[in-house]
Design a protein around this ligand. Sequence first.
Ligand code: SD4
Length: 329
Amino acid sequence: SEEYPLVVSTWPFVEAVRAAWKAVDGGSSAVDSVVEGCSACEELRCDGTVGPGGSPDENGETTIDALIMDGLTMEVGAVAAMRYVTDGIKAARLVMQHTEHTLLVGEKASEFAISMGLPGPTNLSSPESMEKWTKWKDGRCQPNFRKNVSPTNSCGPYSPTHYLQHPGETCSSTGHMLTTNSGLPRVGLHSHDTISMAVIDRMGHIAVGTSTNGATFKIPGRVGDGPIAGSSAYAVEEVGACCATGDGDIMMRFLPCYQVVESMRLGMEPKLAAKDAMARIARKFPDFLGAVVALNKKGEHAGACHGWTFQYSVRSPAMKDVEVFTVLP
Ligand code: SD4
């Protein structure tokens, strides 16, 4: 087909798209091309938030969330909060291709990845991530991802706030008193944090993949949307694919990429499917930051975003090089 092969990625991760394009244009499978593209981002440390050396957690440690999904077989492999291993997307592919599981987490994910041949253990911190973390600590650690805890203005340890239940009052009347600790804008999410990539290969097979350090200053153990199929990415051979980025803690409650693909299956155009997925989240969380790119089998693509301006990158046979598309909220 004239529309294939095709590579689509969140953000202006031009080098990553070039790497995936080189692979898929040279005849690699969609799955292998996704790995090439996301690996390039990990090696380049795209935006300082993919691969080693990026977004530290509350303890200053960098970890990796990654996912790969084959839209032909509906096989998925993912790692979450993986420590000491730089190759997120390759670890995800090992889970998909060499286990019956879908998602491995934390240090056990690292042990598996290393046992299957990936380099490690490696220190994922960098001078930049350490400096970022030190500055945040010096700034009394605010704001972060905690709510309903005391103390409200230090680096912890934290304990849950006990809210008073007055005699005669029901639980529901006090439930509303739960609030976030900080009214300040969150700094955990930067404008480009996740590579989420879709590739259609020469055969028309679709695969998607993601890789990210997750949210900066997250609580250790936090898993974002990155390794969750249907949230950060989704692919279905007969329909198309979707890539997402943004506030993963909120987005993963809605599985926006599953929504996008299923809407397209029911006949929605990519643009409308993408907008609808964002609108469903915004109705409950008007302040969330997020974006999706929808891609159908015909190679038609469209983005939608909420709360920020979004960019995504595309390489198709009709283009001389990667093109970056801008989407306004
Ligand atoms: C996360 N979704 O872990 C990631 C962050 C991100 O653009 O995508 N930022 O929540």
